[in-house]
Design a protein around this ligand. Sequence first.
Ligand SMILES: Cc1cc2nc3c(=O)[nH]c(=O)nc-3n(C[C@H](O)[C@H](O)[C@H](O)COP(=O)(O)O)c2cc1C
Length: 430
Amino acid sequence: MLRHELNKLKDMGLLLEVNDEVDVKFQLGGILKKYKNRRPIIFNKVKGYKIPVCGALYTDREVLYKLANIKHEERIFKFMESIANPKPVKLLSYGPVMENIITNNIDITKFPHPYFHEKDSSCYITAGMLVVKDINTGKRYTSIRRFQVLGKDKISILIASPYLTNQFLEIEKQNKPLEVAIVLGYDVPFLLASQVSSELYGVDKYEIDSALRGEPLEVVKCKTVDLEVPAYAEIVLEGVILPNVREKEGPFGELMGYYGQQAMHPVIQIQAIMHRNNPIYQTAFPCREEHLANGLLREVELFYSLKRLVDVKDVHVTLAGGYRFHAIASIRKKQEGDGKTAIIGALSSIKDLKHVVIVDDDIDIFDRDDVELAIATRFQASRDLVIIPDACGSSLDPSHTLKGVTDKMGIDATKPLNNERFERCKIPNF
Ligand SMILES: Cc1cc2nc3c(=O)[nH]c(=O)nc-3n(C[C@H](O)[C@H](O)[C@H](O)COP(=O)(O)O)c2cc1C
């Protein structure tokens, strides 16, 4: 789990260790941002706490591939294979996360929850992995959500998933609480499995984790709720989402670097804490780069949506587009119309996707210059631009919130078939 990956990062010379004292209020986040959230960092001395904090561990594509032992070309098939063939977990009677179990005098403010942006309403748990069981099927559902710290034993949760919202509303109707666990200190398979869209696949995300890691995820039972958590996690908070309780949440600096507005959100009552001896606290800078894992799973959805329609080579959901608003796809064009068809497939594959560029397979979609070359030389706006006004988009895009709808745009930057004017210059033997 986390410790193993920190050691791997250290061995690869990729982990920056900060031994000067840092403040969780603004300073820690400021340093993560200074390194563009792409350099894994561990802060060993955190002012007022004895617990080190690590961040930006899973933010760089190449680093993540190395940690997960995945090759870029294989990633989509490996993820899809794990979704299609989930594997059972292994239940242990004891795990290191049980070294300390606290059920009285709960105080989560003893952990160094960072305070990131100027106007944030509070400190937040930003890398917390929420674990719940589907109330109808019992399948385990994980997702990273943001949790606003309200006090020693209370946090609020922003549930931005129709699936989870429906689960909670269904149980709230019966005036019952929803049992949850929040896990800090996990690794890449656990993270990637959590980003699989439950709407699409309806699977047990723990079992996807087992398939991805190539061995069973080892779990232990929680103390006060009917849930299992990774045996090697660093910190686990157990609690319930209270029915019919809402508290003010936000503002909070979030995706794309804008503030999410204040609103009323459900509240979690924390009733137990489990943690390892000398726990390490995991955080994620709440801006955009931390969503790489989410983008990697959106690439799976995009790839398979295109595969049905055209001969797709590769897809790229980009960092600068928050890993959800922008995508580039390369296709092996077989007939005129493939480019536009790919635009239709792409824009219908991910709700939040706003702009997509389709290029030929000689273009490197991970090289911005190459993509720009395709737009500059193969695209004519009057013929190759597709605009769909007023579709559903993401409320995390401020330009969408103006009207509550968003325009979608596709750029067909593929060249016409069999036209020698598009032959690219080559130097023999280079
Ligand atoms: C580091 C990180 C932070 C995230 N933070 C949030 C968040 O604050 N709120 C949210 O709704 N989704 C957040 N996500 C995305 C969800 O975890 C993701 O959409 C979910 O796990 C996929 O399941 P779903 O399709 O059922 O929502 C985050 C993802 C990552 C990788």
